[in-house]
Design a binder for this molecule. Structure first.
Ligand SMILES: NC(=O)c1ccc[n+]([C@@H]2O[C@H](COP(=O)([O-])OP(=O)(O)OC[C@H]3O[C@@H](n4cnc5c(N)ncnc54)[C@H](O)[C@@H]3O)[C@@H](O)[C@H]2O)c1
Length: 287
């Protein structure tokens, strides 16, 4: 299968939250395609480790390493300016996010912190880089990181779910507007990882930490991204070793049916619907 034309040797990929986890795996994957990579992260130690590991594996790779925080407008502008000086930016991956959220009536300041990282930085960078992509002649792509928490919106972390639902809608709107304006020269994609073996889920993990069976590796997610983009997919779903694609489809169907059938909100987690939901997924749950 051919790669998406934005994934090309010598062009620049800009990745936020690139020091560990899925961001690092994407950096590694695009470096293996000969892209020049901008690594942006707020964690200097992890950035240093990522830089060394990438240069060790890909001695030819051209890296631009920027320590910064996606909540800082000036850091984002600096990232934009330095990236454009570095070369033709054909890929932006808005990956940085935090999971520690807040419930519906928790303080607004907690919500603001999370939304600054998970949503406003995505919008800001998307707006900065899309203008440059318009002015360039070559193909380009913007990948935003969604989550199943932003689609079926499991209860327990309302702020995170809201941020990922916002990123989903933003990216859908972006994809449509790009299609209308430039056809398929610049595309947008929503990457939707499943449960993944990263520091987000395993804080403090090291190279020696044993991966449990359930999560996918971050490399599997990065491979799925490159494969999905190559096929021209907008929604790039990842299953994991607990949830297969048929089960994910059923869960999304149930979620949409809450509105269509006028059921209570989040009825999947409502005790009066437990049996009905179990029946609904019974034939796909163990596949
Ligand atoms: N891990 C999963 O199971 C999973 C599932 C669905 C979606 N996602 C999404 O995938 C993306 C990557 O997740 P991950 O698991 O690799 O996360 P992670 O926590 O393992 O790594 C996130 C990286 O982002 C950086 N970062 C966080 N806040 C930042 C800030 N304010 N400024 C700059 N850098 C910052 C961190 O330093 C870290 O290097 C996120 O958008 C996450 O919501 C992850």
């Amino acid at each position: 299968m051919n790669n998406h034309p934005a994934i090309r040797k010598g062009a620049v990929a800009v990745i936020t939250g690139a020091a560990v986890g899925i961001g690092y795996a994407i950096a590694r994957r695009v470096a293996s395609e000969g892209m020049n990579v901008v690594l942006f992260d707020r964690d200097p130690t992890a950035l240093d480790g990522a830089t060394k590991a990438l240069l060790n594996e890909f001695p030819e790779v051209k890296l631009l390493v920027i320590k910064g925080d996606v909540t800082s407008e000036s850091d984002l502008h600096q990232l934009y300016e330095k990236s454009c000086e570095f070369g033709e930016v054909s890929l932006l991956v808005n990956n940085a996010a935090i999971i520690k959220g807040a419930g519906p009536w928790d303080g607004v300041s907690k919500w603001r912190t999370l939304m600054d990282i998970n949503f406003w930085s995505v919008l800001t960078l998307q707006q900065l880089f899309v203008e440059t992509m318009f002015s360039q002649k070559g193909p380009a792509a913007i990948v935003n990181l969604g989550s199943k928490e932003g689609i079926t919106t499991r209860p327990g972390n309302a702020a995170y779910s809201v941020s990922k639902a916002a990123v989903k809608v933003l990216t859908e709107q972006l994809a449509h507007e790009l299609r209308e304006k430039v056809g398929d020269r610049i595309s947008a994609h929503l990457l939707i990882p499943g449960y993944t073996f990263t520091p987000m889920n395993f804080p403090g993990m090291t190279n020696d930490t044993q991966k449990p069976d359930s999560p996918w590796t971050a490399d599997q997610v990065a491979d799925r991204l490159i494969g999905g983009m190559g096929q021209g997919d907008f929604y790039i779903f990842c299953e994991d070793n607990e949830s297969n694609w048929a089960l994910d489809q059923r869960r999304m169907q149930w979620s949409a049916d809450d509105m269509i059938q006028n059921r209570p909100a989040l009825s999947r987690w409502h005790k009066e619907y437990a049996e009905q939901f179990a029946d609904f997924i019974a034939d796909v749950a163990d596949k």
